[in-house]
Design a protein around this ligand. Sequence first.
Ligand code: ADE
Length: 237
Amino acid sequence: MRFDILTLFPGIFEGYLSESILSDAIKKGALEVNLYNMRDWANDKHNTMDDRPFGGGPGMVLKVDRVVPCVEEVRSYDARPGRIVMMTPQGRPLTQRVVEELAREERLILLCGRYEGFDQRVVDILQPDEISIGDYVLNGGEVAATVIIDSVMRLLPGVLGDEDSATFDSFSTGNRTLEEDQYTRPREYRGLAVPEILLSGDHGLIDKWREANRRQKTFFRRPDLLFGGDSSEDDPQ
Ligand code: ADE
């Protein structure tokens, strides 16, 4: 899968892209990530990317005549048109269901805004999939874009080993429970012992304990997952 990230702050991604699972996956060829600085498409002597909003008000707006040519040019770098994703708090909420949908694409072009956002005509012309990672406001779309890459990439073939398979993750399609409590050595710490059943070697009993633990935890923390309501199975799409 190919990711193209369009941002005014490419440096934000560098540490993240060079660490752990992601850099391994890039080395293995399971995904390719390209970073573009949108400022390279500013064609005036001050490299202007933003301007004051018509009608007044605080903040600055990213200019349509900079952003659209940038996206169009980057899109032409590969025969696969891909899906343009705009990171914005006005977008549809990101859930595991949306992540699964994005993971089926061959290419994602991630547009990260700053300031007060993009000129509305960027949306009108490019018709991106507008996505929000939650009802809070970040300084820009960069952190949201890393959330998309991180959550999508773990669903791509060859990225996770079998032992860390994403199939049983909480929120994945068909799974409506949180994960069970996990323990490792030592068996006792500060008077807190590991539940006996997990040490019993009886895998039938262990599976039953885990299932009960998942359901109890979900019941108290996220009853919406068990009884419908706002869960990834009924996202507003
Ligand atoms: N940009 C700023 N806030 C955001 C959010 N909550 N989700 C996605 N992009 C954003």
